[in-house]
Design a protein around this ligand. Structure first.
Ligand SMILES: [Zn+2]
Ligand SMILES: [Zn+2]
Ligand SMILES: [Zn+2]
Length: 173
């Protein structure tokens, strides 16, 4: 499926909320709109900063409550490995399996609908009599842009920011 524009995302989300009988409040809609306009993932903290532009009184719980709602509705995904959130571009297919390609340098996240993987996970779940709801696979590496920066050898004459360090695979906990 092709990527939806932020207007398409908003109208699709409004339609689904109406169908499901849940309320897309102003704050929930505003958080979704902010995320829909972002190319990659965002942390709850950065999202709060952006939300404060239109809602100066917004507090961390405001953002977390809105994110919980959007996760529940399947409009967004949580990227566990870098503790951020990303817009889902297939949210009309709530049971889809996504592969998140997470860039360790700039935190860009590319979501790919993993059809083959979906079939495998589906049959594994069936074997285990497991009622599958949602699965996300996260893969780490460098995005196209960052591959180019990493490959650059003329640091004095280029326009890249070579100060950014590629995150080492995190220690858990
Ligand atoms: Zn998705
Ligand atoms: Zn990158
Ligand atoms: Zn360079």
């Amino acid at each position: 499926m092709s990527t939806m524009t932020s207007e398409q995302i908003m109208s699709q989300a409004e339609k689904l909320c109406l169908q499901r009988g849940v309320r897309l409040t102003t704050q929930r809609a505003e958080v979704l709109r902010l995320m829909a306009e972002l190319p990659g993932s965002i942390s709850a903290y950065d999202l709060l900063d952006q939300l404060r532009v239109s809602e100066p009184q917004a507090k961390p719980p405001t953002v977390y409550r809105a994110l919980d709602f959007l996760l529940e509705q399947g409009f967004i995904h949580r990227v566990e490995s870098n503790n951020s959130y990303v817009m889902c571009h297939h949210f009309d297919a709530p049971a889809h399996t996504s592969v998140m390609l997470v860039c360790d340098r700039c935190a860009a996240v590319i979501e790919k609908h993993a059809q083959g993987v979906e079939n495998i996970i589906g049959s594994l779940a069936t074997d285990a009599h497991f009622a599958l709801r949602h699965s996300v696979i996260e893969a780490h590496g460098l995005c196209e842009k960052c591959v180019a920066v990493e490959a650059c050898t003329h640091h004095e004459s280029c326009e890249h920011d070579h100060q950014v360090d590629v995150k080492k695979r995190g220690k858990k906990g």
